[in-house]
Design a protein around this ligand. Sequence first.
Ligand code: G1P
Length: 294
Amino acid sequence: MQPKVRKAVFPAAGLGTRFLPATKAQPKEMLPIVDKPIIQYGVEEALHSGIQNIIIVTGRGKSAIEDHFDVSFELENLLETRAKKDLLAIVRSISDMINVSYVRQKEALGLGHAVLRALELVGQEPFAVVLADDLIDAETPCLRQLLDVYSFFCSPVLAVMEVPRESISAYGAIDAEPISHNGSHDRVYRIRDLVEKPKPEDAPSNLAIIGRYVLTPEIFDSIQSVTPGSGGEIQLTDALKHLLRSRPIYAVRFEGTRYDAGDKLGFLKATVEYALRRPDLGAPFLDYLKTLKL
Ligand code: G1P
């Protein structure tokens, strides 16, 4: 029997330059979609997928993330004395729900480099990687969809989605053949090749890697074997390509909607759609939107 996936790694050391000046003194992972920081959506997805051990790879200026997942004694005390039970429950649930550890990435040398920083905390077991900027709304959490395929093949599994060919150069792209899995013939693929940020004319397909991975511990050796790639960074995609020589790797075209919350337009779309879906805000927000002369 393959070991259970118990840990999820969240790379969160990036500088957030796309959101300056908002991210000058605040981590981009803490920007809220409605009233919840982006990273908390990812952490909740891991939790709802059965993973409770969260490893956050942080960098300089990211202490707000640690405070967010810690107990806030003063705040809890204040809410308690003011009998704000609902708010108290929300604030408490954040620190109660997970077991979180932190490791520091001193220099932002790429996604592969960030994942390698988690080696000691992950150890020799399979683990998930969640890029919180990729916000995914799905009935079955995206990570759960990947874990279901992982538990069948016991090999690495990546999330992918189709994107317009002209946008593929913003992603890692895969060359893959569809395989039949659990009666489904068009969602699971066996990967033949991967390339990070290809030019549209060189891309092997329009299947883009999205920030959810289930990995096996051999990836750490592969990360250590690759040289800097796209953007001069140690790329996880290159390490996966290296690993592909010795191990099959699978992809799942997940069911759900993905928002690029690391991009201004994607962030706005997510904000509007998440607000519209909120029971407490949806109706009045929709009424307001209808008054806009668009
Ligand atoms: C990273 C990965 C890339 C993937 C993307 C998904 O790139 O390197 O393969 O397609 O996340 O969001 P980044 O967006 O960090 O440049």
